[in-house]
Design a binder for this molecule. Structure first.
Ligand code: C5P
Length: 259
């Protein structure tokens, strides 16, 4: 079993967790506020090993359905107790009552960010936002259009128009119903900023460091491109977690965010 996580309590304190994450609330120039590392692994031991290897370069970790299904809430509690911020990416999409109840439980875990599907519509989003108020500073982020979907996929499920139109429509519903941000590709971020302003977070996955290998990603942006497009946060997984030196890779990406 991997060693327990080293504690870094000051960053886990309420006041820290409640600030600095929203798109319009990034008062600190610290690029670490913008970087989220995806813990896409199947065991707590593997997750701990990544967090330990990355060290102080990263404040926020994304726990998604793979790790959560394998290890459950205990690992989330452990990360929070060790002073890390957790982005719980379970993409809730159900009736409002069920989503509200799930968000209440996530709030009790002390996570800093979580995801719901904007397609769940206004009532579901409001239920999520209201439940999240139990944990001040907890951000409800609405997933707009999954980056794996294109216009043809949308058409087959009855959604006409461009991906960008759908992203703008879903983001508008999300913000109108109180969500603090959206998840979308860098490609749509600048349109969202132009249409909806700066008062919300845009979390962007599919980011690859400049000069790195693209791997299996098709629609990728570099950290600098994502930030220039209007992203407030970027999610990076394998380029950091599978790097020979994850801390060095994280520092390089932080440099590209700042640069
Ligand atoms: O590809 P990478 O390992 O950086 O992925 C990190 C996270 O970003 C994954 O957990 C996945 O959910 C998300 N992702 C995405 N769309 C992409 C690539 C990754 O939503 N095109």
């Amino acid at each position: 079993m991997a060693a327990a996580l080293p504690n870094r309590m000051p960053l886990g304190s309420e006041s820290y967790r409640n600030r600095d994450l929203r798109g319009d609330d990034l008062r600190s120039d610290d690029p670490r506020q913008r970087l989220i590392v995806a813990l896409d692994v199947s065991t707590a031991a593997a997750a701990r090993a990544i967090v330990t290897a990355v060290g102080d370069s990263v404040l926020t970790y994304k726990v998604g359905m793979q790790l959560y299904t394998a290890e459950g809430p205990q690992l989330v509690r452990e990360l929070v107790a060790a002073g890390r911020r957790v982005f719980l990416d379970l993409k809730y999409h159900d009736i409002p009552n069920t989503v509200g109840a799930a968000v209440s439980e996530a709030a009790k875990l002390g996570v800093s960010m979580l995801t719901v599907h904007a397609a769940g519509s206004g009532k579901m989003l409001r239920a999520a936002v209201e439940a999240a108020q139990a944990s001040p500073g907890l951000m409800v982020l609405a997933v707009t259009v999954l980056t794996s979907l294109d216009e043809h996929d949308l058409e087959k499920i009855g959604i006409r128009g461009s991906v960008e139109d759908s992203v703008v429509r879903l983001a508008t519903i999300a913000i109108a119903n109180g969500c603090q941000g959206v998840v979308t590709s860098a490609r749509e971020a600048s349109t969202l900023r132009a249409e909806l302003g700066n008062g919300f977070a845009i979390v962007t996955p599919g980011v690859r460091p400049a000069g790195g290998s693209v791997g299996d990603q098709v629609r990728v942006a570099t950290p600098a491109e994502a930030i220039a497009s209007g992203a407030s946060h970027i999610v990076v997984g394998r380029p950091i977690t599978e790097a020979p030196d994850p801390a060095a890779e994280a520092r390089a990406i932080l440099g590209q965010i700042s640069g």
